[in-house]
Design a protein. Sequence first.
Length: 498
Amino acid sequence: MTSHLSVLRRRPPVWSVSVLWTLALGLWGLSRQHSVWRDEAATWQVARRSVADIWHMLGQVDVVHGLYYLLMHGLFACFGASTTVLRLPSVLAMAVAAACVTVIGRRLAGVWAGLAGGLALGLLPAVQFYLQEGRPYALVAAGAGISTLLLVTAVEGRGRAACWTAYGATVLVCALLNWLSLLILPAHLVTLVCAKAGRGTCLRWAAAASAAVAGALPLILFSRSQSDQVSWIPPLTWHMTIGPAVLLAIGGLGVLLDRPRAVRLSVAAVGMPLLAVPQIGLLCLSSVQPLFLDRYVLFSMLGLALLIGTALGAAVRAVRPRFPGAAPWLVPAVVTVAVVALLPQSLAKRSPASRVDDVLAVSADVRRLKEAGDAVLFVPAARRDAALVSPEAFAGLRDIALERSPVASGTLKGEEAGPARIRTVMLAQRRILLVTDVAGAARPVSAERDRVKTAVLREYFTVVADEQVRGRRVIVYERLGTARRSAGEAPADSPGAR
């Protein structure tokens, strides 16, 4: 009997299974066939700047991601720039989130509910997408898991002052990574109300939450001056609410099947607000200013995982009396079925085609197509990210529109010369490489500079090569003139040609 108990004590904690499972999902196809898309390219090129240059840039653009860029700068400085270093923090962070889901579920609804919730988190389609993303959203999800676990600990009466201090600090760090993560606070408030928390608990939560909001307030106010960065997000439409509605319906099943083990808390009281409140809050904010992107509330998927785990835990309890031998295999069986059913989608999310474009692929085409003396243009200017991520591929090319580099200007794409200057310089070139989007991904040309670029290329140059790869396009233009002069025409840019 004693030896049997010692074996049980040596058994690894149940959350370690969720961690290993999530790590396996995250490391599977991590490089996505050595592809990097535009959002990750922003992380890549900023992280390679010095701290002083990053600080300079944050005064102009992307201050909301400042803490994340500094973190990635440190990692790139220590381990070098690669797709593994770019994405591994997200994998590790989501593993932490899965561990938190498992611990919360085990405390409130039993071992099987906790294990099922932790395993389910990594299989959710939205989580699989951002699990391997070189952006801060998985890190925010980890912080949401930690803060929710601290809240549950405090409400259960296990927490002391240090617990509330850690709670406030965690919420603050999440807000500095993405201040929309503060939508977790009203979710936690609903949890406190549902748990009928005492006055002292509510006051301590209010103090910790207020401190976190106060710490993030300068970032929130300053970022409002950079709101043009999200001007591309489309206005809210009714079909955008379909996804949140489906998620809430799935979560509702877990609520119905919840049988709380804890005296004051239940998975329903924790998971449903965590799922619903951030989604509803972002929808409300988007009615004022378009902001609705699922990645901004990725952390709400922790609530969905908790509720799914509760449903599976309830199924195990229902099966155990009649089929005690089969009950332990129910969760593994369901997870296996889910893996098989989601396999096509899982494979798709780990392919370069899962993103709108591939910065590295187009850089390879530029390296192959360029010739000595060629110039390069980018339409829109944000496509300069290819040169910033792969400068060796663009070596020898003259960026004829660029007036101030991204580093010098403290921007992501640099500052370009005026339209007249760009036109003059273009007309002096023999060959120009244009890096742009494929037709299906391209937005209408709006900037005057870009209209001038395309007009001059169309009128004075001819296409000699056109390569399209993974959402990006490289077009090689050669200057007209030889054919026209041989036919007796004046050159197209001469006064007699107009």
